[in-house]
Design a protein around this ligand. Structure first.
Ligand SMILES: *[C@@H]1O[C@H](CO)[C@@H](O)[C@H](O)[C@H]1NC(C)=O
Ligand SMILES: *[C@@H]1O[C@H](CO)[C@@H](O)[C@H](O)[C@H]1NC(C)=O
Length: 878
């Protein structure tokens, strides 16, 4: 097929090159997945590569399983439910509502008690440090601190792997591109130039993800667009949080989308990685209500984020849509307010944790147009006609958590799949709902009321239960660990903006007198960076790390008292002998020492390994806050391979993964830690983002290990392709997780070169699964666990999205999906964790969904979504 790539073959190829693959062939009866792949263009270098290869058109080998027989075990502690069908009342008229301004003072600017102990951090053998930090030392200046930084001289970001680093601007103030922000004219072309400028007269679009990072700053004002602005991977768009910029559609706007987030120059939506928009208002009010327009198309992938966003649309009858998430594999959408419009959010993304989305006067707040699992956490439905429209049976599984509906129509209109043979989609669970609307809470497509209006719902499910069967409406109370709750909800915290701080409070690591820090991808920055971090923590200064690749040959200690902001994901990259001994693993980045208490905030950073480092624990978190979330990570990632700055991208081409044991562990939340983590992606690369050859075979020993006991909140995380497990909760207590997205390594299972735990050595101290439950040659069994829950207590997991696609030797072509199931077990529970609940488990291509020594529920008996759904798992509840 050389030179004659069929569209279907390109689609199959490109649809799957990702951190998260789209369906290779649509399974009959499965949830409506993304269908755009065939129309998506791919990077030219990728196409030419593909054209060199003979592509085998993938075939669908799955069969449609039948529904399991009735179980006998009673699930959880059921409360009586009213299932009497009642006629639906008409939707109330939508009241108009005045758009509120985006809050100018970030709720994260918590005034911390002043320093209890101003001494610098200690080594682990010494007394733990306590260090909190007060709010702004100076009164806030008019200029946002980020704008006030030195972006041209010694303090400027530096992208070592772009073609002409000395001419390349990482930071772009839109005003320097001739943009006018007084609401006049058409600013699309100039803003586009600000985003795409490559510093030498061309465009950075279509030239990779991590080589050409850009941070685009928009001061307050009104930016009027006449046509669609298209975003580019590797970009952060940041508005002034004290005076958020308004991007407004002109009255004569031409186009379907005000902003196109999906970057088609980087392949399909599932590879539209690393794009963050924050502190921005989108406004379509000038466009006629009868014209169809979407403020934001957000078909994007991991590493992308939306936070502190407002969308303003006309209220009443209109054809406007706020955000349309068309396919893609993004992990989290956080702190968004959407006003007006026909629909607030339309979503067909694979899996998303929506956190604190506030819908006001939307006709329909959320429409499920596809995808496999959705968590609506902390949602407010205010004066909306319908909360969630799940009537088209296009979504696998939904959880509405810690949410409120006021003055609105039904919370959910849904397709009732309880009698469907084979795949059962549209399963949902409601937990901790405050409801003061008059209309029924849940109404099916036949107009039958399935849950009547009531002011409060603890837990209510329409879907499959383990133990138990498909429950068409079952209610019970969930005992939620009080350590995890603030005001009755699982704790959350917005990404800090430091809006109230002046530039006097900020220290740029590249301009500290007496220290030379380069970030040039060559220099060893360990000593200087450690000294600056210690000094900043002691003085409660905020550390600004402009973009760069900062190589460290020993552990970088982030002490309590630290607040760190990167620029377009500044990179800390470990290298050297300190990280090569897998029998003595060492942290590349250490977040506090064991027992330390205080503030550590980290955002917009990326942590990596510059070479094969079997002893590298990329991130270790030891610190705890005095308050929940004092220690936190936002929009931060760990990548092992795949990127511009690492030799792994060229070294790891052996079929035997023992030849590329690239890192020991992605992230360790140790026993003394307590951390809030939002939108984190830990990725062992399955392909290269920035090289001519996509092909790479990497084995990272472990994904995310959680041993914490004092309170851990994982709001929207992904952990992909790690060898023993993606998530391991070992003896952990007081853990909340909303969305755990994972993919198994593509080269495990039938035909694998190494049978897990090989090539790694099990360390029982770390709770490594040893696969002793598998026969010695059972390849499907000796594959990574998506999630291992080993003992512990008070653990509440929501919306697992655990996918497997490929097995055995890896050709890098994404064209040979598993024949039958890829692996024997996806999840495992052992040593009877106490008060452990798991709501909304979605899996793909595994025989057993949860190996628990009890019922060992199987995909074939729980068909739905991308293969399997368990909506409520309670074998260890209560
Ligand atoms: C739900 O969405 C579908 C598909 O867009 C649409 O046909 C239907 O009218 C919607 N239902 C409600 C109640 O808005
Ligand atoms: C789990 O924690 C308990 C209590 O803290 C401890 O006694 C036990 O040794 C731990 N188990 C493992 C396997 O680490």
């Amino acid at each position: 097929m050389r030179g004659q790539l069929s569209l279907a073959a390109i689609a199959a190829l490109t649809a799957s090159v990702s951190g998260a693959v789209v369906p290779i062939a649509k399974v009959p009866g499965s949830a409506g997945g993304p269908v755009e792949a065939a129309r998506i263009s791919v990077p030219p270098w990728f196409l030419s590569l593909a054209a060199e290869l003979d592509l085998i058109a993938p075939t669908d080998t799955s069969s449609v399983p039948t529904v399991s027989s009735q179980p006998t075990t009673a699930p959880f502690q059921s409360l009586p439910v009213d299932q009497t069908p009642l006629p639906v009342q008409s939707t109330p008229p939508i009241p108009s509502s005045t758009p509120e301004p985006l809050s100018s003072s970030s709720p994260t600017e918590i005034a911390h008690p002043s320093s209890a102990n101003p001494t610098p951090p200690t080594s682990p053998s010494e007394t733990p440090t306590v260090k909190t930090c007060p709010g702004p030392a100076q009164s806030s200046s008019d200029v946002y601190w980020l704008r006030a930084q030195d972006h041209n001289g010694a303090g400027a970001g530096y992208a070592p792997f772009t073609s002409e680093p000395n001419k390349y601007p990482v930071f772009r103030n839109a005003m320097n591109y001739g943009v006018v922000n007084d609401g006049s004219g058409d600013q699309t072309a100039r803003l586009q130039k600000a985003i795409d400028d490559d510093g030498v007269g061309g465009s950075r679009k279509g030239s990779g993800v991590t080589r050409n990072p850009a941070e685009v700053f928009l001061p307050g004002g009104i930016y009027q667009l006449g046509s669609t602005l298209t975003l580019t991977v590797g970009t952060i768009i940041v508005g002034d949080p004290s005076n958020p910029p308004i991007i407004r559609a002109a009255p004569n706007f031409q186009g379907e989308f005000l902003i196109m987030g999906y970057d088609k120059m980087n392949g399909n939506p599932e590879t539209s990685f690393m794009m963050l928009v924050k502190n921005v208002i989108l406004d379509t009010n000038s466009v006629s209500s009868s014209q169809s327009i979407t403020a934001l198309q957000w078909g994007v992938a991991q590493g992308a984020g939306l936070t502190n966003i407002q969308v303003r649309m006309p209220t009443g009858t209109s054809r406007h849509t706020g955000i349309n998430i068309v396919a893609g594999s993004t992990i989290a959408v956080t702190d968004v307010t959407i006003i007006g419009g026909a629909t607030g959010i339309i979503n067909s993304n694979q899996q998303v944790n929506f956190k604190n989305v506030h819908f006001i006067s939307c006709n329909t707040a959320f429409e499920a147009s596809g995808g496999w699992t959705v968590l609506l956490q902390g949602t407010t439905f205010e004066s909306c006609g319908t909360g969630v429209n799940m009537t088209t049976n296009a979504l696998g599984s939904l959880v509405i958590l810690d949410s409120t509906s006021t003055n609105s129509g039904p919370l959910i209109r849904f397709y009732d799949s309880s009698h469907d043979p084979g795949y059962q989609n549209s399963q949902f669970l409601i937990q901790n709902l405050q409801y003061n609307s008059k209309e029924p809470i849940a109404v099916d497509t036949n107009g039958h009321t399935r849950l009547e209006a009531t002011t409060y719902v603890d837990t209510w499910v329409w879907g499959t239960m383990v133990p138990g069967a498909y429950a068409p409406g079952a209610a019970w109370n969930t005992h939620r660990p009080p350590q995890l709750l603030v005001n009755g909800k699982y704790f959350t915290k917005p990404q800090p903006t430091y809006a109230g701080f002046s530039d006097q409070d900020i220290v740029n690591v590249k301009t500290v007198a007496g220290h030379v820090v380069k970030g040039d991808g060559l220099t060893d920055d360990t000593v200087a960076l450690n000294a600056i971090l210690a000094q900043n923590a002691a003085n409660c200064k905020i550390t600004y790390i402009p973009f760069g690749v900062y190589r460290v040959s020993d552990t970088l200690l982030i002490p309590v008292g630290s607040r760190i902001v990167g620029e377009a994901w500044s990179v800390i990259s470990g290298y050297g002998d300190a990280f090569k001994n897998q029998n003595s693993p060492k942290a590349v980045v250490r977040v506090g020492n064991p027992g330390d208490v205080g503030v550590i905030e980290i955002q917009d950073m990326r942590f990596s390994v510059a070479e094969i480092l079997p002893g590298a624990k990329v991130v270790e978190i030891n610190a705890a806050g005095q308050q929940p979330g004092d220690v936190g990570l936002w929009n931060t990632m760990v990548m092992v391979g795949g990127t511009a700055e690492t030799s792994i991208s060229t070294m790891c081409t052996s079929q035997d993964p023992k030849d590329c044991m690239a890192a020991f562990m992605v992230m360790h939340l140790t026993e003394t830690s307590s951390v809030y983590i939002e939108n984190f992606w830990g990725w062992t690369a399955d392909h290269n983002l920035d090289s001519k050859s996509l092909f790479t075979i990497i084995s990272t020993g472990r994904g995310i290990l959680v041993e914490s006991t004092k309170g851990t909140w994982l709001t929207g995380t992904g952990s992909e392709h790690h060898w023993l497990y993606n998530y391991n909760f070992h003896n952990a207590s007081n853990v909340f997780a909303g969305l755990l997205q994972s993919e198994s390594p593509y080269m495990q299972g039938s035909g694998e070169f190494e049978k897990a735990p090989a090539p790694w050595t099990v360390d029982p101290q770390l709770g490594d699964p040893d696969f002793s439950w598998c026969g010695p040659s059972d390849e499907k069994c000796r594959s990574a666990l998506a999630t291992n829950v080993d003992g512990g207590s008070n653990i509440a997991l929501y919306n697992s999205a655990a996918w497997a696609f490929f097995d055995g030797s890896w050709n890098g072509l994404y064209n040979e999906p598993c024949q039958g199931k890829c692996q024997a077990n996806m999840m495992r529970v052992t040593r009877a964790p106490q008060n452990f609940v798991w709501y909304s488990i979605s899996t793909r291509m595994t025989e057993v969904i949860v190996l628990d020594g009890k019922s060992n529920p199987r995909e074939d008996n729980h068909a739905g979504g991308w293969e399997g759904i368990i909506q409520a798992y309670g074998e260890f509840a209560g």
